[in-house]
Design a protein around this ligand. Structure first.
Ligand code: G3P
Length: 220
């Protein structure tokens, strides 16, 4: 399973990328606004911090302008993946960009039918939003299960399932059980995955016992 981080905060990305656990980054217009950074400046900066794909989302809603924006974003760095919304114009743009060799992440997916269309349009990634479905008492993880099942039926569907709108470590675990390709994690959720009170308590006990021995592993 690949881990992307879902943020445009360069400090967070740098910190988490240093762990070697980060395979890519996703951003969206809300995350760019939250960062307070200039979109066209921050995307190349992020692309320098990770080897994998960095999703940068178009802002237009009509095909022609989306395509022009997508081409511009793809030119910012070799590892940009252009993100388009799941609309007819977004799917047309996805097809055109994918045919030209650009990776496209189709976002705002809330149904299996939408995911089929994205695969047919040549998307590199489909982004179903699990948290936002759970928020309205729908079944976010059920959608991931359905999309993974459908995609597995067709060898010509090469689209990866990128689980988005993740709210907790449990979402990551459930997505991994289903076999989703990628989770994009808010930095806080990635850090939450590390922690366990028994790890903390166990380490404290080991360190106390070690101190009692008076030994050292290194000379200085
Ligand atoms: O980047 C798309 C997605 O992960 C957004 O998550 O928390 O705004 O629903 P959220």
């Amino acid at each position: 399973m690949k881990f992307f981080v879902d943020t445009a905060d360069v400090d967070d990305i740098r910190d988490l990328a240093s762990t070697g656990l980060v395979d890519g980054v996703t951003t969206n217009p809300s995350l760019i606004a939250k960062s307070g950074r200039n979109f066209l400046e921050v995307i190349p900066e992020i692309c320098e911090l990770v080897d994998g794909p960095v999703s940068a989302e178009v802002a237009a809603t009509d095909h022609e302008t989306m395509l022009a924006e997508g081409r511009k974003l793809a030119g910012l760095a070799p590892n940009v993946a252009v993100k388009v919304p799941l609309t007819i114009d977004g799917l047309k743009t996805c097809k055109a960009l994918a045919d030209a060799g650009t990776k496209v992440n189709v976002t705002l997916c809330f149904s299996p039918g939408q995911a089929i269309l994205a695969a047919k349009a040549g998307a590199a990634y489909i982004s179903p939003f699990v948290g936002r479905l759970d928020d309205i008492s729908s079944d976010g993880m059920g959608l991931i299960d359905e999309i993974c099942t459908i995609y597995a039926n067709y060898a010509d569907f090469e689209t990866e399932v990128l689980v988005a709108s993740i709210r907790s470590p449990n979402h990551v675990i459930e997505a991994a059980k289903i076999g989703a390709d990628v989770c994009t994690l808010p930095p806080g959720v990635l850090r939450q995955l590390v922690g366990h009170p028994l790890t903390d308590a166990g380490l404290a006990a080991f360190l106390a016992d070690w101190a009692e021995t008076g030994q050292k592993i290194l000379d200085s």
